[in-house]
Design a protein around this ligand. Structure first.
Ligand SMILES: [Zn+2]
Length: 425
């Protein structure tokens, strides 16, 4: 076995994982904000049809692409204790935050530890700025060509689940519970769980493969609110504006400037620190809009951040009675921890599977959300497992073939853990 693999099983699965991954990332599945249909973009259906064909070819049953763009399939169990149904979930879409069309993946075999220069846009991966990359000497590293994201988030997860269940289907001697697979659309725009039919899915719990570094196991996410702030000013031709124009853009900028900037921002916090983060500002002198995301692990602190945003906006607008303010709040997802604490065997089983692959589990809260945040709240407990991808939502995104293979092997181990004794590990 090559030294960089976590097990002989991972080494065996690696070619299949890589082959699938390279096929999936070439399909443009970038999702789009403010969707009017599910999925938000047709490329996701194209990948969905590919996955349906591959699940059928692997021998899964009940495979279909549903009316909302979810791919579902079932691998029946083979006599596992208890008859538990366990779910495996990954999302098909990629982030709208970086170019996602025309991905041309590159495989850098046997990484030597140096700077990786990509052919387009002068993009470089510098191991001095990326400690995880510096740790991957000898690995096969997959990148984009430098002008797009790679799409390891979350096609690494899709490829790992596919390779894992295909291996299980081809090896009926390996014990497994009934496995239900779901590939979801529109996770990156916060809609992955919205039309997920958990009753039809029928699993007692599930696992997303949507994490990052080798060994990560996450049962805690942010709680999240989106705030859309609209300022209506008074638009007048600048030539006749004296004493009449009320500039909405200027007021919106003042609100952003009045928010804390050396604390309560994503760039100044880490670990469990929450934030108020302006993500988009648009407008004219007459009307301006700022979109914020507000995050914290603690629901009370989250409510305080939202109240602070509201108070700041009101204070700024108080000085200009001719302007009008509208603040729309939308709850996006809740910290999954409170739901997972009630069913400790679910996270324990994942921990046992990661250990069975020879990896020490890393438990750290996600400074973000996953499909599992909403699904756990909806009644399907769903912690998150690593994929081996890094630098998500950027043109520097990369993934280790060896770590992706380890994640696929964890899928196989997870089946074994759940068939052994109902997941008590
Ligand atoms: Zn993701």
């Amino acid at each position: 076995m090559a030294a960089s693999y976590t097990s002989a099983l991972a080494e065996e699965l690696a070619p299949d994982v890589l082959d699938r991954f390279l096929r999936y990332v070439r399909i443009d599945t970038q999702s789009r904000q403010d969707r009017t249909s599910s999925p938000s973009t047709t490329g996701q259906l194209e990948l969905g049809r590919v996955l349906v064909a591959e699940l059928e070819a692997a021998g899964l049953g009940d495979v279909h692409l549903d009316e909302n763009g979810y791919v579902l399939g079932t691998l029946p169990g083979n006599g596992a204790a208890g008859g538990d149904i366990i779910g495996l979930i990954a999302h098909m879409d990629t982030s709208p935050d970086a170019p996602g069309r025309g991905v041309e993946p590159l495989v850098h075999r046997s990484y030597d530890g140096g700077v990786i220069e990509l052919p387009r846009e002068g993009t470089v991966l510098d191991p001095t700025a990326m400690p995880e990359l510096a740790d991957r000497i000898g690995h096969d590293i997959v990148t984009s060509s430098g002008d797009t994201l790679l799409g390891a988030d979350d096609k690494a997860g899709v490829a790992e689940i596919m390779a894992g269940v295909a291996h299980l289907a081809a090896h009926p001697e390996l014990p497994r519970p009934t496995l239900r697979v779901a590939f979801t659309p529109d996770e990156e725009i916060g809609e992955g769980a919205t039309l997920f039919d958990i009753d039809r899915f029928g699993a007692r719990c599930a696992y997303t493969l949507d994490g990052s570094d080798l060994g990560e196991l996450q049962d805690e996410t942010f709680s999240a609110v989106e705030a859309i702030l609209t300022v209506d000013g008074v638009e007048v031709h600048p030539g006749q504006a004296t004493g009449k124009l009320v500039n909405a853009l200027r007021l919106a900028a003042r609100i952003v400037a009045a928010l804390p900037c050396d604390t309560l921002t994503p760039e100044t916090t880490e670990g469990r620190g929450g934030f108020i983060h302006p993500t988009k500002m648009t407008g004219t002198a007459g009307k301006a809009q700022v979109r914020f995301i507000v995050r914290d692990f603690d629901d009370d602190l989250l409510a305080r951040h939202v109240a602070r945003l509201e108070r700041t906006a009101n204070d700024v607008l108080a000085a200009e009675p001719r302007a009008r303010l509208d603040l729309k709040l939308r709850e996006q997802y809740r910290n999954m921890r409170r739901y997972l604490d009630d069913v400790p065997d679910v996270t324990d089983a994942a921990e046992a599977a990661i250990r069975a692959e020879g990896i020490e589990p890393i438990r750290r809260p996600i400074r973000g959300g996953t499909d599992g945040s909403r699904l756990s709240e909806m009644g399907l407990p769903t912690p998150n497992i690593f994929t081996g991808g890094h630098e998500y939502h950027s043109v520097r995104e990369w993934a280790s073939v060896q770590d992706m293979a380890a994640a696929a092997a964890v899928v196989v181990r997870l089946a074994e853990v759940w068939s052994r004794d109902g997941g008590d590990g």
